[in-house]
Design a protein around this ligand. Structure first.
Ligand code: PFF
Length: 462
């Protein structure tokens, strides 16, 4: 069965796919990794990987989607019936991610609401975040709200829901991130002991490759960090780009589209670094770039509070922009599940979306309550201890995604052969300039890298 939905054209596709790619990964994880992994050194490594490895994975997903005109389960079955299991495995990634993505969206919405409601200063309290996520009613309410909005947009369909929202939100997001980045560079602060730090000094820290204490082991760690970031950031190997690819009309040049989507994603990540690193540096020195949620939900609100009057407005803009980024990503996750379920259950979009909405409202509530009613401490194989949300994140991102990417490179590189993808990229006379690179990557480099990433991120050898 051919998919019935489609994007109106090239721009709609690019902005919608970029909407999926640009998310909390760009706005929060990328700057944090850049600060941790030697600034400019991380940037260079990331850029090289994006142009080779990211390009390969993104082209594969989109071309498979458009060539088969199907979502993951049927797409892999069509490529080779024996590989149906890979389609099913791929489908399970968004199924798992969807249980917690709206919860994170709810956290961000809470902060946006606080800044818009004149409560900016309260969020700067070091306990605000933990108090919020551990209070069952509020945490669950915001997760359910975010889930309901996502579901409504998906219910409206590809053209009149998803594409419309992306065309509206993505340009605004780009303008906001540029605006805040420029503002960040103008910041300046004098410590109690008279030391002055400026935004431009912060920019230098971000851009300059820091090679102090660089060993082979540390370089490998940076490489793996950049690789797992890239993968998560491009929303590849989870069937999302296959589903979106299946909605692309045959007259769209996929080579242009891939370049634009990757360019958009990388640009926003890079700008997010200019926005966050100098601001945190100016007010908190290099210590403020803490890992995990603390950067977004604790350090940044404190930075906004230190900015005085401007802080409330800049903070509001920041969290609204982050809501947009998270919403367009969350939509892509739900849409992928809906597209596959419509086939599995032979049901229409509206009915399928409604049924899945009920399931995921319940799931989101459970995960949101994972910091209060359902609090657990789970020891993960990679050594960290987490709650329900971290468990879901570990299974989908650390275990399944690299494994799926590995298998799909084997399938494309050695079973159906790279021509399956390159032919589609060159459909209608389009030129795929990096065809040789693509074939070499998908056959040799990508599977090896993916296997190493899988072993490292699961921590199974520890
Ligand atoms: N690509 C998104 C980001 O960089 O934030 C994250 C993401 C979106 C991950 C959708 C997973 C997903 F299913």
């Amino acid at each position: 069965m051919k998919s019935e939905s489609s994007f109106t054209g090239q721009l709609g596709f690019i902005l919608t796919a970029a909407g999926s790619a640009v998310g909390v990964g760009n706005l929060w994880r990328f700057p944090y990794l850049a600060a941790k992994d030697g600034g400019g050194l991380f940037l260079i490594v990331y850029l090289i990987l994006a142009l080779t490895f990211g390009y390969t994975l993104l082209s594969s997903d989109i071309a498979i989607g458009r060539r088969t005109q199907k979502s993951s389960i049927l797409a892999y079955t069509e490529m080779n019936p024996k590989w149906k299991f890979l389609g099913v495995l791929t489908f399970l990634v968004p199924v798992i991610i969807m249980t917690y993505y709206a919860v994170i969206g709810g956290w961000i919405t809470r902060y946006a609401a606080a800044f818009l409601g004149g409560e900016a200063l309260k969020t700067a309290d070091a306990h605000y975040f933990t108090d919020f996520i551990s209070s069952p009613w509020i945490a669950a309410a915001f997760a359910l709200l975010f889930m309901a909005v996502t579901a409504f947009i998906v219910y409206m369909g590809v053209e009149s829901g998803i594409e419309k929202v992306s065309k509206f939100m993505m340009p605004i997001l780009l303008i906001m991130v540029i605006g805040i980045a420029v503002f960040s560079l103008t910041l300046r602060h004098e410590d109690a002991d008279g030391r002055i730090r400026t935004g431009l000094q912060g920019l230098l820290i971000y851009l300059t490759p820091d090679l102090t204490g660089l060993t082979v082991k540390r370089f490998l760690q940076i490489l793996l960090d950049a690789m797992s970031q890239l993968f998560f950031s491009l929303s590849v190997s989870m069937g999302i780009m296959i589903t979106y690819g299946s909605y692309v009309k045959k007259d769209v040049n996929l080579n242009h589209a891939v370049t634009m989507i990757e360019g958009f994603d990388t640009l926003v990540a890079f700008l997010a670094g200019i926005m966050i690193i100098p601001a945190v540096y100016v007010f908190q020195g290099t210590e403020g770039m803490g890992a995990g949620p603390s950067l977004m939900f604790i350090s940044l609100p404190q930075v906004f509070a230190s900015m005085g009057k401007a802080g409330a407005a800049v903070g509001a803009a920041f969290f609204i922009m982050t809501v947009f980024a998270t919403l367009t990503s969350c939509i892509s996750v739900l849409e992928t599940i809906v597209a596959n379920c419509m086939i599995i259950f032979r049901s229409g979009r509206k009915k399928t979306t409604l049924a899945l909405t009920l399931v995921y409202l319940a799931a989101s509530a459970v995960i949101a309550l994972g910091y209060s009613v359902f609090y657990v401490e789970i020891k993960l194989p990679n050594g960290s201890v987490g709650q329900l949300l971290d468990l879901m994140d570990y299974i989908s991102n650390s275990v399944m995604m690299p494994f799926i990417a590995f298998l799909s490179c084997i399938l494309i590189g050695w079973i159906v052969k790279p021509l399956y993808v390159t032919e589609e990229m060159e459909y209608g006379g389009a030129v795929m300039r990096k065809k040789g690179l693509y074939s070499a990557m998908v056959k040799y480099a990508a599977p090896v890298l993916m296997l190493i990433l899988f072993i490292q991120s699961t921590g199974i050898l520890n």
